[in-house]
Design a protein around this ligand. Sequence first.
Ligand code: G3P
Ligand code: CA
Length: 232
Amino acid sequence: MKILAHRGYSVKYPENTMIAFLEAAKLNIWGVEFDVHLTKDNQLVVIHDESINRTSTGKGFVKDMTLEELQTFDYGLWFAPEFAGQKIPTLAEVLTVFKATPFQINIEIKSDIFEYPGIEALIANEIHAFNLEDRVIISSFNHESIARFQQIMPNVKTALLFASLIMNLEEYIKKFNTDAIHIPYYYGMRSIVQQAVKNGIIVRAYTVNDGAIARQMESLGIDAVFSDVVNL
Ligand code: G3P
Ligand code: CA
């Protein structure tokens, strides 16, 4: 089964930090997934939530702070004392790690709660700067963000992220220049998803932390799974 390390090697290391990415990069897996937000001074940073409250020693929204301000907080301590000293990574720092691997790199644009004007173009610039056009998959729950990214960089793979299924799924997917969707794993057996798989849609499932479920996904024709545990 193809596995993407979800937020890096996040079962053992603090999610979306450099140590989680450096450890994921050592694994024999298909790829990595991580989440990107935009700072007040238009820097791309890797963190899951809109705010830094849960995963750092600071408080506030990423969009309201500069990169320099965000870097004054610790992003490892919340997970365990031994990881004190982890900083918020920039997209460039994370791409530097995975440039040196054969990994597929799934960048999730976290533009579904705050808009982050211009984030798609900034991400496209970074992908171009690293010459990673052939190894990146851009995804987002904000499908307008996906459409904007496709306008800027039509040669990079994209995927529509869903938190729940919608009616007329395949018709909806056809409106976008993509052939892939990322869905919660427990929808993998639904007939609407199985029909999409039969019709050649690439379906990837999150978040699978159990080997039996990973095997079930494989038998259902799911292309890859996102996992915190990674060793399934
Ligand atoms: O991209 C799959 C998965 O990461 C989406 O959910 O909340 O973990 O970003 P979330
Ligand atoms: Ca994500």
